[in-house]
Design a protein around this ligand. Structure first.
Ligand SMILES: NC(=O)c1ccc[n+]([C@@H]2O[C@H](COP(=O)([O-])OP(=O)(O)OC[C@H]3O[C@@H](n4cnc5c(N)ncnc54)[C@H](OP(=O)(O)O)[C@@H]3O)[C@@H](O)[C@H]2O)c1
Length: 327
């Protein structure tokens, strides 16, 4: 079968396209035929060797996939041939990734795809939506009226977060770097959309949230914690899930005298139950149009190397996900 794989970690050039044997599903696995996959930032970190994990070389890259069930292992009860499915957990914990014509996916990590949601549509929101839901779970939920500042609200995770948080009744103030991005934030439900490049951003945020914010959530990786602490209310929370190499200044006094806490998480270490709860939520939201993503590019699997290059090229503006489809 056609697959995109690496034999060592490194730059996008290490990605090879070639033939690998179709995997034989174990008793608890489902063999899924690929219809669409997405490129997530974490795929590029794993390819570079930045995530501490043993990779079974040749290692098929990729985390997400949507497709149809081809065959099931002997102990699988929840799926049958022909079912439409998706998953977001390949390529970690010694498992092979998703960028292949067929993948063997553990039944407990596979989700039914609602009839109303297309294969590419779910790939546009799966990783971002799961991330937003998991982060909100880690916060213990969001109460109606809480003020959430989303720095980078027009990106993939940012958009999912704006949609999910406003759906829970939170008042979201988002930032984006372009007029179009700010319009997207507002269309997704943000009460205010600010320009993160504005020299008056602090004043603009104060005007939009005169009593301060309850949650500071940065998707840009910059993690300006001093800025966050200047705006957080007492008992506010900072969510940290981007900025792998960031080393921001942390004004500890402003943190502890205001009972502020920092919640960090990585989707890679979410439990099977957490993932399923969030996947069920994503399915419900996507099925009735409350969770929508964008597709920036659609590339054939044979161009997986180019897909990684594109995602890493800071000079290329991507509004949405890169989707990979079988050749
Ligand atoms: N920990 C986890 O479990 C987890 C899971 C998923 C993703 N992530 C991480 O989350 C981050 C976002 O992922 P993504 O897929 O949403 O990426 P993305 O679509 O590229 O979004 C990045 C966002 O950052 C914004 N941005 C850029 N420069 C900014 C600045 N100076 N100030 C404020 N915002 C700025 C961009 O805004 P404009 O487009 O408007 O310029 C864009 O909306 C990545 O670092 C990714 O690795 C972590």
């Amino acid at each position: 079968m056609q697959a995109a794989f690496i034999r060592r970690t490194g730059p996008p050039d290490v990605i090879e396209i070639g033939d690998l044997p179709v995997p034989t599903p174990a008793a608890n696995e489902v063999l899924v035929r690929l219809h669409a996959a997405a490129v997530d930032p974490v795929d590029t970190y794993i390819r570079q060797g930045l995530v501490a994990m043993d990779l079974p070389f040749p290692f098929v890259i990729g985390r997400d996939l949507a497709g149809t069930v081809e065959a099931v292992g002997g102990a699988v009860r929840g799926f049958a041939a022909g079912d439409r499915v998706w998953c977001n957990n390949q390529g970690i914990d010694g498992r092979q990734g998703s960028f292949a014509a067929f993948s063997a996916v553990r039944e407990d990590l596979l989700y039914a795809l609602p009839a109303a949601v297309g294969f590419e549509d779910i790939m546009a929101v799966a990783h971002a939506g799961l991330t937003a839901c998991l982060g909100i779970e880690r916060l213990g939920g969001l109460a109606a009226g809480q003020v959430v500042f989303v720095n980078g609200g027009a990106g993939n995770v940012g958009r999912a977060l704006v949609q999910v948080a406003t759906g829970l009744g939170a008042r979201v103030i988002a930032t984006a770097g372009t007029d179009a991005g700010r319009a997207t934030c507002r269309a997704d439900g943000a009460a205010a959309a600010l320009d993160y490049r504005s020299p008056a951003l602090a004043d603009e945020l104060r005007a939009a949230a005169p009593d301060g914010i309850d949650v500071y959530w940065d998707l840009s990786g910059r993690q300006d914690l001093a800025f966050a602490l200047a705006h957080l209310r007492r008992r506010g929370r900072i969510v940290v899930m981007s900025g792998l190499g960031a080393q921001p200044v942390l004004p500890v006094g402003a943190l502890y005298v205001n009972d502020v806490s920092i919640v960090g998480f990585a989707i890679t270490y979410a439990t099977v139950d957490e993932m399923r709860r969030c996947a069920d939520r994503i399915n419900a939201l996507a099925a009735d149009g409350r969770l929508r993503g964008a597709i920036a590019r659609r590339l054939p699997l044979s161009q997986a190397r180019e897909a990684h290059r594109l995602l890493e090229d800071k000079s290329v503006r991507l509004d949405g996900k890169i989707i990979v489809v079988p050749d």
